[in-house]
Design a protein. Structure first.
Length: 94
């Protein structure tokens, strides 16, 4: 069993309220869940308007498959023009 986690830090420059921030974050989180079958959540900075930390996790029977899924999720997050990706970090869990 292979488990890979992806932590992504986002800056949302156009967000002027928590409601505006959630309108940007929710489609990313829900889209990743539905499109790639990963676990996804906003994991930090829930009280800040222009900052978000998202966590994604995938469990697979092969490392190559887990890597491919995480690559797709990473590209999916980067494809949203309304956010600036500050950092993206992968972690393999044992």
């Amino acid at each position: 069993m292979y488990v890979c986690a992806l932590a992504v830090e986002l800056h949302i420059p156009e967000a002027r309220s928590l409601k505006a921030k959630r309108a940007v974050v929710k489609p990313i989180v829900e889209g990743a869940r539905h499109r790639f079958g990963v676990a996804a959540a906003e994991v930090d900075h829930q009280d800040l308007w222009q900052r978000a930390s998202l966590g994604f996790a995938v469990v697979s029977s092969s490392a190559a498959h887990a890597t491919a899924i995480v690559d797709q999720v990473d590209r999916f997050v980067w494809s949203h023009p309304e956010v600036d990706v500050v950092s993206s970090e992968r972690r393999w869990l044992e």
